[in-house]
Design a binder for this molecule. Structure first.
Ligand code: ZN
Length: 330
């Protein structure tokens, strides 16, 4: 896709469509069924797409989200059955925090206890009411009680009653040995605002005009932390959202001009993507809001059938034969 550069006046408008929040978080898992059972049965999310890793179609790509898989609610996994356990550490998104309704953490504590899933309540989070837990591969996740979720559409067909259901991704936490370059990337290049500062923790807002999901980025400064190793149980990347491919192309150009190494625009079928790294090593993506998950199957049927992009359809039989069973026990 080739888009012409706008003149400076147009560029001024483009800056208004800066990445306005988290689009999705993608992590690595091992057993796909254990992964699906956890995100469907324990977290009550909806499987909004059952597809494959487009770059390696012998592996699933599973997308979980709200009813429609709205940007800001999407958590995705590459479950490599034989993946070794990775190490959560510096240069990674070390925690993904989901938003749940205020007053529902008591319900969640009981629900998770009934499933034998251990939880802790991190002390250092000040006023925030948070439960911390791990998925079957050790991925660190949190549930935070908040009111930031008016813009999502919780899944009411799952294992969690809609009044308690996960609303979306509230925040990501990046752990860094040095924060200077990361701050320059988040604030200087992407335009995120530093809104809170505590010892060792900086809080950025991707969009200070919105109180919707996915607007918080916490950066932890841990100078003596070990570097993370990306494998099962770790986050692969976090994507920020832009409304359309024109905004994405403009952002690509802006980053290139700032000296950032950015990929070409890649077609992910449900959105298009560009990828780049921040100086601390975390892989970042900018993804478009559309075309969305109902572009190749009806909204009511999301996630039930194996969906492939047009360029992999000719190989469907061979691809399907190599994928493991994905029958989820309810
Ligand atoms: Zn992605």
């Amino acid at each position: 896709m080739v888009c012409s550069r706008g003149d400076s006046e147009e560029k001024g408008d483009d800056m208004d469509v800066r990445p306005s929040g988290i689009h999705h978080v993608t992590a690595i898992a091992s057993n796909p069924r254990a992964n699906a059972e956890f995100y469907l049965n324990a977290l009550g999310m909806r499987l909004v797409k059952r597809t494959v890793n487009f770059d390696s179609p012998d592996v699933y790509h599973l997308y979980y989200g709200d009813r429609a898989g709205n940007p800001g609610t999407i958590m995705t996994f590459f479950p490599w059955p034989d993946a070794p356990r990775g190490r959560i550490g510096a240069g990674q998104v070390t925690t993904t925090t989901f938003s749940v309704p205020e007053g529902s953490l008591g319900w969640w504590a009981e629900h998770l206890a009934a499933l034998d899933i251990p939880i802790t309540r991190p002390e250092e989070r000040g006023q925030e009411d948070v439960l911390s837990l791990r998925d079957p591969d050790g991925l660190l996740i949190e549930l935070a009680a908040s009111t930031d979720h008016h813009d999502t559409d919780p899944w009411d067909g799952g294992a969690v009653p809609p009044e308690h259901a996960v609303r979306g991704i509230r925040a990501v936490t990046l752990t860094e040995q040095e924060v200077e370059g990361t701050v320059e990337m988040l604030n200087g290049h992407l335009g995120f605002q530093l809104t809170e500062e505590a010892p060792g923790r900086l809080r950025f807002r991707t969009d200070t005009t919105s109180d919707g999901v996915g607007t918080i980025v916490d950066v932890l400064a841990v100078p003596d932390s070990r570097r993370g190793l990306v494998a099962a149980g770790t986050v692969h990347h976090v994507a920020w959202r832009v409304p359309d491919i024109q905004a994405q192309e403009n952002w690509r150009q802006t980053l290139v001009e700032a000296g950032v190494e950015v990929t070409e625009i890649r077609d992910r079928n449900y959105f298009t993507s560009i990828y780049f790294r921040e100086p601390g090593g975390v892989l970042l993506e900018i993804a478009t809001d559309g075309p969305g998950f109902d572009h190749d199957e009806p909204l009511l049927e999301l996630g039930q059938a194996l969906k492939l992009p047009p360029w992999l359809e000719p190989r469907r039989e061979q691809i399907a034969a190599h994928l493991p069973e994905l029958e989820v026990k309810r």
